[in-house]
Design a protein around this ligand. Structure first.
Ligand SMILES: *[C@@H]1O[C@H](CO)[C@@H](O)[C@H](O)[C@H]1NC(C)=O
Ligand SMILES: *[C@@H]1O[C@H](CO)[C@@H](O)[C@H](O)[C@H]1NC(C)=O
Ligand SMILES: *[C@@H]1O[C@H](CO)[C@@H](O)[C@H](O)[C@H]1NC(C)=O
Length: 396
């Protein structure tokens, strides 16, 4: 049996076997207790956390750091509600998480990264790891310390062997995909000279466009995020010195500044962006987008036209990534948000392809410089390999 075909052909069998031995799928949490003394804490003051599955065989010196997503909190009210959840407190996090897709330890499910040290860094600051406010208001006990969490977690991982990495990939999905772009060059600077270091952003290319009511909804939201968390000083300074600083939270104003090779994986009709940027609830008081948001096949022709307009703006914003072959692009025309963590979209017989190449192969070939990959799909509904998965409802 060819290993690479394992996930593709005997996936159902593997799945049954794994259900019988479910422990193997799950990876334990590690709390970074030493971070607390540095004030590098979750919204509620609890220690940050990650899950580490150690590398083996030829992968022992390779590190995949995958940043968890989960939207942002943009003011005291929303940060206070988040503080009571796993996205604001490590006390609320599950102690074991399943590793699949890019995190899988099965060669047949994850051909290029399966035997690396694989880390899922938990997200509990609500600012894509950019916040740093010294003062803690005793009446709320809210800590806005995402940037310190980033630094403390990286220090901990470097001490666990990442300081001698030969290959390293910083990845993440949604708010975590934005994190991987915003911290890409810093990540590179922490690793040994000579290491191959790259970054992958999955569903993290949030764009600055008006909503269907003509309002700058997402721009106002990101402005509030950056203000609430004191993030501006941690955004790229060549951007913040030229633009209104909170705009620098949008990849389209900072992507060109990133020196480290970057791969953008994103659906052109990203379901979170359609629901929360193009047609947020406030812009659709009568709920005429409700059915469309639940499934792209329910969209009316005028809604589809607006979604094609969104795709055009998305592709225009994407030109800021540049076309050097060190950049990778996998932009498919699916209605989905995040494709690297789910096995069915990352690497399986029926997973999405562009030019007959599944996402895992496109990313692996780009990472190892076997072949560049920069492909933008034809517009919806031309792509029959799509998995249209509208979830999640609100988390990014
Ligand atoms: C906080 O943000 C939420 C979500 O954008 C909004 O609905 C709410 O009105 C804001 N609250 C305050 C106090 O600004
Ligand atoms: C929209 O599409 C989804 C997915 O196919 C389906 O489950 C749902 O029932 C549809 N909703 C409406 C209101 O048509
Ligand atoms: C890539 O960028 C260069 C420099 O900006 C430009 O001259 C060239 O036409 C671009 N190529 C493509 C295929 O877009």
């Amino acid at each position: 049996m060819n290993d690479e075909k394992g996930c593709v052909w005997i996936y159902p069998l593997i799945y049954v076997l794994l259900l019988m031995k479910v422990e193997g799928l799950y990876v334990d949490i590690t709390y970074v207790q030493s971070a607390v003394a540095k004030g590098a804490v979750c919204l509620d003051g609890s220690p940050p956390a990650y899950h580490l599955s150690p590398g083996f065989g030829s992968g022992v010196n390779n590190w995949l750091i995958h940043m968890e997503g989960g939207g942002w909190c943009n003011n005291i009210t929303t940060c206070l509600s988040r503080k009571r959840t796993r996205l604001g407190s490590s006390k609320q996090m599950l102690k074991k998480l399943p590793f699949s897709g890019i995190l899988s330890s099965e060669p047949g499910c994850n051909p290029d990264f399966y035997n690396w040290n694989r880390v899922k860094v938990r997200y509990c600051d609500g600012s894509s790891f950019t916040g740093d406010v010294e003062r803690v208001d005793p009446s709320t006990n809210l800590h806005h310390r995402g940037e310190r969490v980033w630094t403390a977690v990286m220090e901990d991982l470097l001490a666990k062997g990442m300081n001698t990495a030969q290959n390293a990939l910083l990845s993440g999905c949604s708010a975590g995909g934005l994190t991987s772009m915003l911290h890409c060059d810093n990540f590179h600077s922490l690793l040994p000279i000579g290491a191959r270091v790259k970054c992958l952003s999955d569903a993290g290319y949030f764009i600055n466009v008006k909503d269907i009511a003509g309002e700058d909804h997402i721009r106002a939201f990101f402005h509030d995020v950056v203000t609430t968390h004191g993030s501006a000083k941690n955004l790229p300074s060549p951007c913040t010195s030229n633009l209104e600083p909170s705009l620098c939270f949008f990849p389209q104003y900072t992507a060109r500044l990133i020196q480290t090779p970057l791969f953008i994986l994103n659906a052109a009709y990203d379901s979170w962006q359609i629901k929360n940027i193009l047609a947020p609830g406030v812009a659709d008081p009568h709920g005429s987008w409700h059915a469309c948001k639940l499934g792209i096949e329910n969209c009316s022709s005028s809604q589809l036209e607006m979604m094609q307009g969104f795709r055009n703006e998305f592709l225009a914003a994407l030109t800021e990534v540049g076309n050097s072959t060190s950049s990778g692009l996998f932009i498919n025309s699916c209605y989905i948000h995040c494709q690297s963590e789910r096995q069915e979209t990352w690497f399986r017989a029926d997973s999405p392809v562009l030019e007959n190449t599944p996402i895992a192969k496109a990313v692996g070939n780009w990472f190892y410089d076997r072949s560049p990959f920069q492909t933008i799909d034809c517009p919806y509904p031309c792509d029959t390999s799509c998995q249209h998965i509208p979830e999640p409802k609100s988390e990014a």
